[in-house]
Design a protein around this ligand. Structure first.
Ligand code: GLC
Length: 657
């Protein structure tokens, strides 16, 4: 049962696709104040658990901290951060009373979940203009399924996107790309995608290709295709200010960029230098920007990642002027020691709230100040592409994932989890985000395996890959200047071949479960508590997940570990994919177990009475054989395998297969 309460004059975010008539009266739970700002407060019971918030920091149970929905280019995902790249305002309170809330509001929103006072949940935002949805259900899982239904079917990528991909910021030349593919293929490490970061472009201009390096880009795309590799270029939000660059010229002429109050085009610095932001909230501008992807699809490209779309701002001319003024005053008029002020002032150039208040969107002729709708920018950039793909390649699936997002974007693309670090704690953060993201509709997700910032290690990468084996997006990506972390750079390449190989062996299962989850508005990754709500232990588990309907995963996320403790909420079969290609099976009773897991093994647990399909190893998705699939697990189990051509759009409801 879903009730919608309308406060003030909400901005139409298009997060919800189902018509729900507004309810009269006051919501059944908590208290609401609307004098100026909007505040929802609820008194939590000592044992209440709070789920949700999609891509956000800390635990699966969000209780005990503060989270701020404010899409932010945040390169340091330390525990102290309140905001990351997404804004997913959906929570579930599970306990004395069980209900879900979706606060459809595109500006900054704060969730204080027992942070200020341990028994108090407070959700706050600046304007009392929002749609407030209250969802009643039998259980958190039931509430998620109801919510997912009203926000529309999740994005489904092409099948190749379930393969492994290699990425690195820094590949520049055609030979850089060729070498990566050659090493993967020569070493027989499976691979389907090679990502192109910003250096493939001509001076970071969107929809261009550096012609010196790629004089015949189509031929290069074909050369990669011949090796069964899909190239996936990045597209950034900011359009370079550059006379003669047609995207810039056109956008300027048509008035499709975000504007300052005086009507001039707003300028922000991102990778290309000064840029303009296409007005993604203006349907005409969105259509215009979306059509540009065709320049690359025409050359054979069938996948993209959208970046810097919070939108990230390195600086603005106004910010630089403010800094100069400050420095001048400081240098000329004070003798004081600067303390941290100078450094803070310089750092405040990037992503400054002042700048986000300084530009406007044209929404149906009405000017809307950016900060009021900030969290919708990435959503609408990806929507621009998604809507365009329906025209560019009707009936076909194109790979698309974004950095920034809002609920609703899950219909147009996936997300990756942004600029993490080569830290052990980030394996766990990756795992914890998965079910929360699924609650909010984002199914095609994954983190930069091995870690983006900082130097990885062989051990960290292998352990992270052993989690990545299960995430729909399985990509190794790293930042410029960090240690090279392609799998072939490390000793005993056979271990990488094996671990990634297991992904391909499990692909029929992972693909089937993905499709069932997407088309059935279901979760792919569930906290144990969702299936075992009566089990007090299961309620607390934060480092294991159920994946699909058959398996549980419990990756290793500590350095030098030889295994880990695992909690089984029921009898299960422990499955180990051993490096010699064989599979070890052992039935384990419900309860706690220490399970040894070597660095070159992949472990999963099959739930009682279930079985899963396992294919023979293959080096790319296209080569996975379906005629030799074997079943693993409990012989009495039944499994419904889903398969299709991997590229045609699928809209059948999940019950059909
Ligand atoms: C951003 C992205 C990262 C990318 C870099 C350069 O930091 O999050 O993935 O490599 O920009 O484009």
């Amino acid at each position: 049962m879903i009730r919608k309460y309308v406060f003030g004059h909400p901005f139409e975010t298009e997060a919800v696709v189902e018509e729900i008539a507004p309810s009269e009266g006051v919501p059944a739970y908590g208290e609401i104040k609307t004098d100026g700002e909007f505040v929802f407060s609820y008194k939590m019971d000592a044992d209440d658990i709070v789920y949700g918030l999609g891509e956000s920091n800390r635990g699966i149970n969000k209780r005990g901290y503060r989270y701020v929905s404010n899409c932010t280019d945040e390169p340091n995902h330390t525990e102290s951060k309140y905001s990351l790249y997404g804004a997913h305002n959906f929570i579930i309170i599970f306990g004395k009373e069980t209900f879900g809330l979706f606060l459809d509001y595109p500006g900054i929103m704060e969730f204080d979940i027992g942070y200020t006072r341990q028994d108090e949940l407070k959700v706050r935002c600046g304007d009392a203009d929002l749609d407030f949805y209250v969802i009643d259900g039998e259980s958190p899982y039931d509430i998620v399924k109801q919510f997912r239904k009203i926000i529309g079917v999740s994005y489904i990528p092409p099948k190749f996107a379930f393969g492994f991909g290699q990425s690195r910021w820094g590949y520049k030349t055609a030979d850089d790309f060729r070498n990566v593919v050659k090493e993967y293929r020569d070493n027989h490490i499976p691979m389907d995608m090679l990502y192109m970061d910003i250096d493939y472009m001509d001076h970071y201009m969107d929809f261009t290709v550096n012609e010196e390096e790629f004089p015949d880009f189509k031929a290069f795309v074909d050369e990669m295709k011949a090796q069964k590799i899909h190239l996936v270029p990045i597209i950034d939000a900011g359009v370079k200010v550059e006379d003669g660059y047609d995207v810039y010229e056109e956008g300027k002429e048509k008035g499709y960029f975000c504007k300052r109050e005086d009507g001039s085009d707003f300028v922000a610095e991102v990778w290309p230098g000064w840029t303009h932001f296409p007005d993604m909230l203006n349907p005409d501008a969105r259509e215009w920007f979306g059509e540009k992807y065709k320049r690359l699809t025409d050359q054979g490209i069938d996948g993209f990642w959208n970046d810097m779309n919070e939108p990230a701002i390195f600086s603005t001319p106004e910010g630089v002027a403010r800094l100069k003024e400050y420095l001048k005053e400081f240098m000329e008029e004070t003798e004081e020691a600067p303390g941290f002020r100078l450094g803070d002032m310089v750092r405040s150039l990037a992503n400054s709230p002042k700048d986000y208040r300084n530009f406007y969107h044209n929404v149906g002729g009405r000017l809307v100040r950016h900060d009021k709708v900030h969290n919708l920018y990435g959503f609408n950039m990806t929507r621009a592409a998604g809507e365009a793909f329906q025209k560019i390649a009707p009936g076909k699936r194109i790979l698309m994932f974004s950095r920034s997002s809002y609920i609703g974007m899950h219909r147009y693309g996936g997300i990756w989890m942004g600029d993490n670090h080569s830290w052990w704690s980030h394996i766990l953060l990756n795992l914890k985000m998965l079910p929360s993201l699924n609650m909010c509709g984002f199914l095609y997700t994954g983190a930069d395996l091995g870690g983006f910032n900082g130097d990885t290690t062989r051990e960290l990468l292998l352990r992270w890959l052993a989690l990545g084996v299960f995430t729909p997006l399985m990509r190794n990506h790293a930042a410029l200047g960090t240690r090279e972390q392609e799998c072939f750079r490390f000793e005993h390449v056979e271990d990488f071949r094996h671990v990634i190989g297991v992904r391909y062996r499990l692909l029929p299962y992972l693909y089937s479960e993905y499709m069932k989850a997407a088309l059935g508005n279901d979760m792919l990754f569930k906290p144990l508590a969702f299936e075992f709500p009566e089990d007090k232990m299961a309620l607390q588990v934060e480092d294991q997940l159920l994946l699909g309907n058959e398996i549980m995963i419990a990756p290793v996320y500590t350095q030098n570990a030889k295994g880990r403790y695992v909690y089984l909420p029921e009898e299960m079969k422990l499955i180990k994919f051993l490096p010699d290609g064989s599979i070890y099976e052992e039935t384990l009773e419900k309860g706690h177990h220490y399970v040894e897991i070597a660095l070159n093994e992949v472990v999963l647990f099959i739930r009682r009475g279930k079985k899963i399909p396992v294919a023979e190893p293959a080096e790319c998705v296209e080569d996975i054989r379906t005629d030799t699939i074997e079943m693993l697990g409990y012989p009495e189990g039944e499994y419904k395998l889903y398969d299709d051509d991997g590229v045609s759009t699928v809209t059948e409801p999940a019950e059909k297969f």
